[in-house]
Design a protein around this ligand. Structure first.
Ligand code: ZN
Length: 430
């Protein structure tokens, strides 16, 4: 017994000594507390992350240029691609769904970003880049989280702090009570001291059917509804948290009436749920994001895979399909159905790609991935060089992204992606 107690005391002492003499590394806080406008603040970029593990896994060639807090060199603005990730809810134990991700998986994803040497930027850095006021590394990720789930504070925030990653919250004002699964304003203010920034996600998070109902009531009524949801929500968030100038369309739903009023409310950028990389000439009122579902790891993988956009750019320069692929446009260099950005009325659309014009392709290697389904058992017809698949069940996501992957006979790997949407009056909450 005496020896046992001695052992316990010794272990406790070791714990204490360990905490005193081997403290966790201190990461300088690079975050401004009011980082929600895009006015450059030269002082805030001077901090650096100290993480010697990264050097073993990626070639670090970061320059010593002023204003570069990243472990990768800054490039011309046109060469940067940003993958914007959209998350919702997390849990260590509850069943996963599209909107709820296992917290351990979030951590694995943040680790993948670090290992790949991809720079995680803040919303302010993103806006400065978009509006011509700063350069960034070639490959960047911007982390956004929708709605204001309490698990962002309990589960995700400690992980973002551990990695030193900034993140942006899109909040809808009705869900700021701190009750149930929602966050309180105090939790959000605390996170804003440590990397969080805030944008609006409307007042009541209307579904597409609700927007349409108000639209049918006439233009005046519709504008009044938009003023309340999009305009007033910004004013309320500013009362609580300071300047707000970003908006995220609930479920990605937007139309010309909304878009035309955004800058009048004071927004400089608005975000959708269409999965594409973003370049510096993106329409600031329709910025694409990858919604990372808890049930589909392929979405995250394609988000942080920057080779696809390089392949498309190369193909455009080489003129593989003249006229089909304008430089920098994120479209596949071959005919596809449904067409990119098409709204299809059917919930079981046949998805196909006709690869006859792709030089050097090894048709036996062609495969298809569809968001929400992962890799799908698509039929490949070697004679017509067509890959085709029809979903076995109703697609209930408003936006669907398709990836076509193939190898050329010289062994090089290629991919192309596009997205379309289904017209449905009821969609999942995003
Ligand atoms: Zn939402």
């Amino acid at each position: 017994m005496k020896h046992y107690l001695y052992l316990v005391v010794l272990l406790m002492c070791q714990l204490t000594w360990g905490q005193i003499f081997d403290p966790p590394p201190i990461i300088p806080n690079p975050f401004a507390t009011d980082g929600s406008t895009y006015t450059p603040r030269p002082g805030r970029s001077s901090a650096t992350f100290v993480d010697d593990d990264v050097a073993e896994e990626v070639t670090v060639t970061a320059t010593a240029e002023p204003g570069n807090r990243f472990r990768a060199p800054l490039v011309e603005r046109e060469k940067t691609r940003v993958a914007i990730l959209g998350y919702h809810n997390f849990s260590y134990t509850r069943p996963v769904s599209e909107m709820l991700m296992r917290t351990t998986e979030l951590r694995e994803q943040m680790e993948s970003i670090r290992r790949a040497g991809i720079s995680v930027i803040s919303m302010q850095e993103f806006l400065e880049w978009r509006f011509g006021e700063r350069r960034l590394p070639e490959r960047c990720v911007l982390i956004t989280l929708d709605d204001g789930w309490r698990s962002v504070y309990t589960d995700a925030y400690p992980i973002f702090r551990e990695y030193g990653y900034p993140f942006h919250l899109f909040l809808y004002t009705r869900y700021l009570t701190g009750r149930g699964d929602s966050m309180s304003p105090a939790m959000i203010k605390e996170m804003m001291q440590n990397g969080a920034s805030v944008g609006s996600h409307s007042a009541t998070h209307p579904y597409p059917s609700t927007w349409r109902k108000h639209e049918r009531a006439g233009q005046e009524a519709y504008v009044a509804f938009i003023d309340k949801e999009i305009g007033d929500s910004r004013a309320r968030l500013e009362q609580l948290f300071g300047p707000v100038n970003t908006y995220c369309y609930p479920g990605g739903y937007n139309d010309e009436t909304m878009v035309s009023r955004m800058s009048g409310y004071g927004y400089v950028a608005a975000f959708t749920v269409i999965p594409h990389k973003v370049s510096c000439n993106v329409d600031p009122m329709r910025i694409d994001r990858y919604m990372v579902f808890g049930t589909d790891p392929s979405i995250f993988r394609s988000a942080i895979d920057f080779r696809g956009s390089e392949t498309r750019t190369t193909a455009a320069v080489a003129g593989a399909q003249p006229g089909l692929l304008p430089s920098g446009t994120p479209l596949p260099p071959f005919p596809v159905t449904p067409r990119p950005a098409e709204v299809v009325p059917c919930e079981l659309p046949t998805i196909s790609a006709q690869l006859g014009g792709v030089p050097g392709i090894d048709i036996s290697t062609v495969r298809m991935q569809v968001s929400g389904f992962g890799r799908v058992p698509a039929k490949v017809d070697a004679a017509s060089r067509t890959i085709q698949w029809t979903p076995p069940c109703r697609i209930y996501m408003p936006y669907i992204s398709v990836h076509i992957l193939w190898n050329n006979t010289d062994g090089s790997r290629h991919r192309a992606e596009w997205s379309f949407s289904t017209d449905q009056t009821v969609t999942v909450e995003q």
